[in-house]
Design a protein around this ligand. Sequence first.
Ligand code: GLA
Length: 391
Amino acid sequence: MDSRIERVCETFKNRFGHEPTHVVRAPGRVNLIGEHTDYNQGFVLPMAIDRDILVAASPREDKAVSLYAMQYGTSSLFSLDLVRHSRSNWSNYVRGTVAVFMGSGHSLKGFNAVFEGNIPQGGGLSSSAALEVAFSLLLSELNDLSIDRLVLAQLARRAENEFVGVQCGIMDQFVSLFGKKDSAIFLDCRDLSHKNIPLVLDRYGLKLVLVDSGVKRGLIESAYNARRLECEQGVALLRTKLGRKEIKSLRDVSSAEFTSLAESLPETICKRSWHVISENERVKEAVDALEKGDFGTFGLLLNHSHESMRDDFEASCPEIDLFVQLAQGVPGVLGSRMTGAGFGGCTISLVKANSLDLFRSRVIDPYQRRTGHRAEMMIFSAVDGASSLPL
Ligand code: GLA
């Protein structure tokens, strides 16, 4: 057994006095391209990564839920009869998941659970979605509900929307469940159809380098919800101005249509809408490029996506802009951008394997010197989505 799993099971046994009956894991994700497009019914290209949440659990006879978070060393206890918000942030993701399951008519047993995670938090790698997905899968297994994966993704997302209060899209929960080893997932967030896009970069002498900028995302919830609202305002205005009732989301507006009346829109709404419309195009072009093995084009699309997030969606921050600018100037770096919701967090860069040392000396070192932030570099790979592990 993997040593992390052993530790989680051991901690469970020490706290509850018996072995767990279930262990599940749910991965975090990196979004390659397609930012803030998911809740606009657009396209995204994320991958599940080899950083995850592990939960060991067993059912109880009563209605209590007793939780212990190893990385915080804190516990939380509540009753299924009254699921209220907690002051402990992590516990709300679990409470939210429990609440939406019960709200959807599933009757649940109480349970004991211990969890541990190695996904950097507040870095745009979806540690919270992984927690919601891990507990969704766990609740389905513990209560023999056999819930379909797509429904699990939707329940996990509702936990975030309805209980935690972030109006996120479906991307993070979806990829945490549907991720595929050595592939990115091209997801259409309108009909939820998806296609696995093989991504074996080593064969081409390339690496995807993830760097945590060390900038923790501030006010992410309110900024995120505000951006979402601006996109909705964009839809309403475009629908009226174009006189097309069938426009339900920014996805339904072509670049040509948008350009024809961009000048008549309020500046902020215009910029937010253009980010989403152009980003959808970039995702489709990125999939094409990857399928042809054209990594040069793929890299350029990463750069353009960053510019759009910085200038039009205004969801970047000066430190990350500096990082990306340094990275884009290094020979052997094909593209670089911030990943995730924004306002801080992680960057991804597509780098030739033989340029990694140069990347370190010309990007990581000067970034750390100039910003005072520690920048942690990780090379990661795409893994399968959430699973229940044999004991
Ligand atoms: C967060 C949300 C996702 C998505 C991204 C931005 O990760 O949870 O639904 O909107 O931001 O692309």
